[in-house]
Design a protein around this ligand. Structure first.
Ligand SMILES: [Zn+2]
Length: 466
């Protein structure tokens, strides 16, 4: 395939994307009519059917819904009362998989909730209700994940965890908890061993001020349930004309948190993939390798859809997996690809960026917290394409995982620009006969995770077998 032919293909997909408002309107329907799409809920099921109908309308091949059993979670009432040094009630929410609870305990400030904070506090953690920011990401920095902090607290015998949102606006922070048995799949395995709740930055700050006055005691009353259900992925393809068994997989997760519309996390990423699929469907018969568009279910509950799809498909069939968690946000023009430990692909992407006159950020940093990861542990070349949420002053997840992750934060141009980049990269990956990355062996993959300082943590958290 020569360069000129590739340029013609790009013109076609760019014209499709730039002359239409389809992506924006589809996301609006997903957010306003279908709603949160929480993993295993009726809303997620409706979302799957809606996305499947869209894929059929766009003319994708082999459109299907992949169902899988899983444990979902039902939110009940939550009450947080400060008993000492003064009596006050604070608004709070339970985090997904939080068990029902009725307990009283003394509060302990664990600072940033990093591992050395827990080491330093040692025995003091036992029997306490610990409190820290959910994720202490300062600009340009990445602190530990909520679930790691939770594990450090639980291991040291904490009674419960209170997570404080790091952005202002009276917004509660949410995010799922790890189950008491990560290897298991039943509702009992998946329910979290100790309760955890989310509070706003403002409530958290006031609680911290109260703690300075003396010993602080709180009462927590929560009513939740973890129950078995079904979740689903939605899949459609543009079948490759020369190598149909070689697959470029791309997509975001369409499930969201039950307190919001899941517009930026990750409705926009899902729709970015779908829009790229709509444009690429115009190239049927011209793409050498198969491009598979996937909308992952239940990412927020432990990457469940991605684990399922990785389990059910041949790891040798993949040329590349592009996760779109966080794509399509912002005003456009702030896209970045974060490779998961593939230096040979950094160079390939840099060359592509230069030759195709489109700038985006290219990083290489292995992490385990989104849908690329079940493919990464199998040694499959992968990365995540996302775009910065340009909302002024927000840090970390921004409005993500709060009530304010709603459609009004998404811009049509942000969706178009992400979809255009995804579609163009898909063309390049599908047509290249000299793609530089190949699947790694299990040993090489483990060695790489060890080097990235992830192996011990992943084994401990049950994310990969020890
Ligand atoms: Zn996400």
């Amino acid at each position: 395939m020569n360069e000129a032919e590739i340029r013609e293909m790009e013109k076609e997909v760019l014209a499709t994307i730039w002359t239409s408002n389809e992506a924006y309107e589809t996301l609006r329907e997903l957010c306003d009519d279908i709603g949160h799409r929480f993993g295993g809920s009726e809303s997620e099921k409706q979302g799957a059917e809606f996305l499947k109908a869209k894929m059929e309308e766009y003319g994708l091949d082999n459109v299907r819904i992949e169902e899988f059993p899983m444990a979902t979670w039902e939110r009940g009432a939550a009450k947080l009362t400060l008993l000492e040094p003064v009596e006050r009630e604070f608004s709070c929410i339970s985090l997904p998989y939080c068990p029902a609870a009725d307990l009283t305990g003394e509060l302990l400030d664990v600072g940033d909730g990093e591992e050395d904070d827990f080491e330093r506090l040692g025995d003091q953690v036992k029997g306490k209700i610990v409190i820290s920011k959910a994720e202490t990401n300062r600009p340009g920095e990445r602190g530990s994940h909520r679930t790691d902090k939770y594990r450090w607290a639980e291991e040291r015998g904490a009674l419960a965890y209170i997570y404080v949102n790091q952005n202002p606006g009276l917004l509660h922070i949410t995010g799922s908890l790890r189950g008491r048995n990560q290897q298991g799949t039943t509702a009992e395995d998946r329910e979290a061993p100790i309760p955890a709740i989310g509070v706003s930055k403002e409530s958290g700050s006031m609680i911290m001020r109260m703690m300075e006055r003396g010993t602080a005691k709180v009462h927590i009353e929560l009513d939740n349930k973890t129950v078995m259900s079904t979740s689903r992925n939605v899949v459609g393809e543009i079948t490759g004309s020369e190598h149909p068994d070689e697959v470029i997989l791309m997509g975001g997760h369409f499930d969201g948190h039950d307190i919001s519309q899941g517009a930026g996390d990750d409705g926009a990423g899902t729709i970015t993939g779908l829009e790229a699929g709509r444009a690429l469907a115009q190239l049927k018969g011209k793409l050498k390798r198969t491009v598979r568009i996937i909308c992952f279910g239940s990412e927020e509950l432990g990457l469940l859809g991605a684990w399922h799809h990785a389990d059910e498909t041949d790891p040798d069939s993949y040329r590349f997996v592009m996760n779109l968690d966080g794509a399509g946000r912002g005003q456009g023009g702030q896209e970045r690809v974060v490779l998961s430990g593939w230096p040979e692909l950094s160079k390939w992407l840099e060359d592509w960026s230069e030759e195709h006159h489109y700038d985006f950020i290219i990083q290489d940093q292995l992490n385990s917290h989104s849908d690329h990861f079940p493919f990464a542990v199998r040694g499959i070349p992968n990365g995540t394409l996302n775009s910065m949420d340009a909302t002024a002053g927000m840090i970390g997840r921004g409005y993500g995982h709060t009530e304010a992750d709603t459609f009004d934060k998404i811009h049509p141009r942000g969706l178009q620009m992400s979809a255009a980049l995804v579609a163009r990269l898909a063309i390049a990956m599908s047509q290249a006969d000299d793609f530089p990355a190949q699947r790694r062996s299990v040993e090489d993959t483990r060695a790489q995770m060890e080097e990235a300082g992830l192996l011990a943590r992943l084994e401990a958290s049950g994310q990969i077998p020890g």
